[in-house]
Design a protein around this ligand. Structure first.
Ligand SMILES: NC(=O)c1ccc[n+]([C@@H]2O[C@H](COP(=O)([O-])OP(=O)(O)OC[C@H]3O[C@@H](n4cnc5c(N)ncnc54)[C@H](OP(=O)(O)O)[C@@H]3O)[C@@H](O)[C@H]2O)c1
Length: 231
């Protein structure tokens, strides 16, 4: 049994992953603003982009004992924006959750992480390519890959592995909101995969569970997108 610490397990991919870890007998802690309704999850209600997040995480981490920990950086913010109009405040909000929050957790949890632990970053297809109208998200998800690679180098010799999982269009609230709740638009993005459908959160969850316990994948980027059709 390991301790799984996952951000954003109140819904979507994080919730599906938490559910699979619990079914596997692991202990799961969720950090999100609203609690997860999954039975067996311990909830820490916390806004990871708040000013006092470093202090709040440090306080929570004090109560964690040294053990095998799998830290999954999943919570993220996606907003539509462009280089010509993105205001600093909005850019900071995205970077704060998508890039700074993982490091707040790394800093506090690393001293507790025994051999066999892992740090799994959730990136995106947009970690390695860009599309229009997603300036802050594309920037932050590219940064996540850099963090993962730097994590691998800095932790060499500690027997803690890291990887970045990059989901394709996945059937969650984030994607639904992004396309304005339109079923037609969802179907359209689903058709951009070689399977002609969206990825289900449970499919990403399976990948997260596998990667978190596979040290051979240290330093790797894993695309989980059903095969994207290139235009
Ligand atoms: N869905 C896709 O198509 C897709 C594609 C590529 C990559 N991804 C990536 O996959 C990951 C999960 O996405 P998802 O689609 O499952 O998103 P989601 O359904 O919107 O869930 C996001 C989670 O993050 C939490 N969260 C948001 N803001 C937070 C904050 N300030 N502090 C703490 N927790 C916060 C939310 O909980 P609360 O609201 O309760 O705080 C929720 O549990 C993200 O990293 C995303 O970038 C998703």
């Amino acid at each position: 049994m390991s301790l799984i610490l996952i951000t954003g397990a109140s819904k979507g991919i994080g919730k599906a992953a938490a559910s699979q870890f619990i079914n596997n007998g692991d202990e799961v802690i969720n950090i999100s603003r609203t609690p997860s309704d999954l039975k067996g999850v311990r909830n820490i209600s916390l806004d990871l982009s708040a000013e006092d997040a470093p202090e709040q995480v440090a306080e929570f981490a004090e109560g964690i004992s040294n053990q095998e920990i799998h830290l999954i950086h999943n919570a993220a913010l996606l907003i539509s924006d462009q280089i010509a109009s993105l205001e600093t405040k909005q850019f900071k909000a995205v970077v704060s959750l998508n890039v700074i929050a993982p490091q707040i957790l790394n800093l506090c949890l690393l001293p507790k992480m025994n051999r066999g632990s892992s740090i799994i970053y959730i990136g995106s297809t947009l970690s390695e390519k860009a599309v229009k109208n997603s300036f802050s998200y594309v920037t932050s998800k590219h940064a996540v890959v850099g963090m993962m690679r730097a994590t691998c180098q800095d932790l060499a010799g500690r027997n803690i592995h890291t990887a970045c999982i990059c989901p394709g269009f996945t059937n969650t609230e984030m994607l639904r909101e992004h396309v304005g709740g339109s079923e037609e638009a969802l179907e359209m993005v689903g058709n951009l995969s070689a399977y002609g459908r969206l990825v289900e959160p449970e499919e990403i969850a399976e990948t997260i569970r596998f990667v978190s316990k596979s040290p051979a994948l240290n330093g790797t980027i894993i695309h989980a997108n059903l095969g994207q059709i290139e235009s």
